[in-house]
Ligand binder design. Structure first.
Ligand SMILES: NC(=O)C1=CN([C@@H]2O[C@H](COP(=O)(O)OP(=O)(O)OC[C@H]3O[C@@H](n4cnc5c(N)ncnc54)[C@H](OP(=O)(O)O)[C@@H]3O)[C@@H](O)[C@H]2O)C=CC1
Ligand SMILES: CC(=O)C(=O)O
Ligand SMILES: [Mg+2]
Length: 423
């Protein structure tokens, strides 16, 4: 894709009037000497003693219950590769803005200067008491898998690698809708997933959970199709090693109903898109530059449904639609973890919302006169105010039904729109 035309505007947005996108605000009255003595010593000793005697009181007297750590080491920052921890900070601050604006979840962004998974894990374990949840971000495979799994086992708050499960949820919601519009089903669709890292592996696992068939999934990494004769596969990649004669991406694309790109910029060609069977679905989700631009993909065929991870094209399949609301639901029932059933429930709720009439506020945000379920609208807009009423209730219900919630269904929540248990 061409260089980003708004480069200077983007730099100015981040620099002015104050550097960065976030600040911390105080939530209690704090103007008198009396308030000082409540907020700080001596008054503050009372909640300290209460929490010492009953750790659950931290949810009553501190910001823990609505505070998430967004943590990265910058080893897979967007699709930019290993940028290092510090350079990932604008993305992590951006995630914090989205958490706050879309779901009123507070965030501390934390950039960890280590590529050693053990050091990463130990650091997160030590800071975990501060938080109600941990959102891991932009940590490259294969370390991301070990880091997430170990932290889930060691902590009793939700630990969620957004690039894995956040992405997977949006891919599933968008793909089920897109396939229906193309007259196809997840159960029958042949799917090429370009990228067998954090996002690719988790997305394909969720699709399998929701009805895709393993023999129809052709996972590709930088060496081509993952198949059972390869002897260079990590444990995560090996789960997708099927017996197939397909070896190259060219071979796989010529048979694919669906292309899901979770790899890097410009990794798929016009010729490969052209070779796909009729009515394909092309999700080129690498950020900021997709595997192929919508202009290039649409120049070689007019029967595709196309999505990218970007905000400046229709059909933004991006984890922004998920993590704020998934954590909202998980925090509100004090879930110990975010499990597969909660992810499935979130995907179903999101897919359902795309089928409903679009409110005026969304039309205005997109500067459109009309938007309706169809090839250019397979997934809700991030600015849809109904996401908060669709996804957290579905996630909270699934948490309660699977026994990971520590509180009851929140009394201020609407009833879930999609039954978390339906197929
Ligand atoms: N739209 C969205 O919401 C999201 C998009 N993404 C995008 O997905 C991409 C991957 O992110 P993530 O999974 O976290 O990164 P990882 O580093 O974990 O994985 C990257 C994967 O891409 C593969 N890859 C790289 N180049 C090629 C190529 N030329 N052909 C085939 N495969 C290739 C790598 O292959 P190998 O294993 O051989 O090294 C690896 O399997 C990024 O571009 C990111 O922006 C990620 C999360 C959310
Ligand atoms: C969107 C996102 O999380 C990524 O591209 O890494
Ligand atoms: Mg990411």
């Amino acid at each position: 894709m061409a260089d980003y035309s708004r480069k200077q505007e983007a730099l100015d947005y981040h620099a002015k009037p104050k550097p960065g996108k976030l600040a911390i605000s105080v939530t209690k009255p704090f103007t008198t000497y009396g308030e000082l003595s409540l907020a700080y010593t001596p008054g503050v000793a009372e909640p300290v003693k209460a929490i010492r005697d009953n750790p659950e009181d931290a949810y009553l007297y501190t910001s823990k219950g609505n505070l998430v750590a967004v943590i990265s080491n910058g080893t897979a920052t967007l699709g930019l590769g290993n940028t290092g921890a510090l350079a990932s900070k604008p993305v992590m601050e951006g995630k914090a803005v989205l958490f706050k604006k879309f779901a009123d979840v507070n965030v501390f962004d934390i950039e960890l200067d280590t590529e050693d998974p053990k050091e990463f894990i130990e650091t997160v374990v030590r800071i975990a008491p501060t938080f109600g949840g941990i959102n891991l971000e932009d940590i490259a495979a294969p370390h991301c898998f070990e880091i997430e799994q170990t932290l889930i086992e060691r902590l009793d708050i939700p630990v969620f690698h957004d690039d894995q499960h956040g992405t997977a949820i949006i891919v599933a919601a968008g793909l089920i809708n897109a396939l229906e519009l193309q007259g196809k089903t997840l159960a029958d669709a042949r799917i090429v997933c370009m990228g067998a890292g954090a996002a690719g592996v988790a997305s394909m696992k969720l699709l399998l959970e929701m009805g895709a068939q393993l023999e129809n999934v052709f996972m590709c990494d930088s060496k081509g199709v993952i198949h059972s004769d390869r002897d260079d596969l990590s444990e995560q990649k090996a789960q997708f090693a099927t017996k197939t004669d397909l070896r190259t991406v060219d071979d796989a694309m010529a048979q694919a109903d669906v292309f899901v790109g979770l790899s890097g910029p410009d990794t798929v060609s016009k010729a490969q898109i052209k070779s796909m069977p009729a009515k394909p679905v092309v999700f080129a989700l690498s950020n900021p530059n997709p595997e192929i631009s919508p202009e290039d993909a649409k120049s070689v065929r007019d029967d595709l449904i196309m999505a990218t991870g970007r905000s400046d094209y229709p059909n933004q399949v991006n984890n922004v639609l998920g993590f704020p609301y998934i954590f909202r639901g998980a925090l509100d029932v004090r879930a110990r973890r975010i499990n597969m059933q909660m992810c499935v429930a979130a995907a179903r709720a999101m897919g359902e919302l795309a089928r409903q009439a679009v409110p005026n506020s969304v039309l205005e945000a997109h500067d459109q006169k009309q938007m309706a379920f169809g090839p250019d609208y397979i997934i809700p807009s991030p600015f849809d105010p109904r996401l908060i009423d669709f996804i957290p209730p579905a996630v909270a219900t699934a948490a309660i039904e699977t026994g990971v919630a520590r509180t009851e269904y929140p009394s201020h929540y609407p009833q879930p729109v999609v039954d978390a248990t339906t197929d």
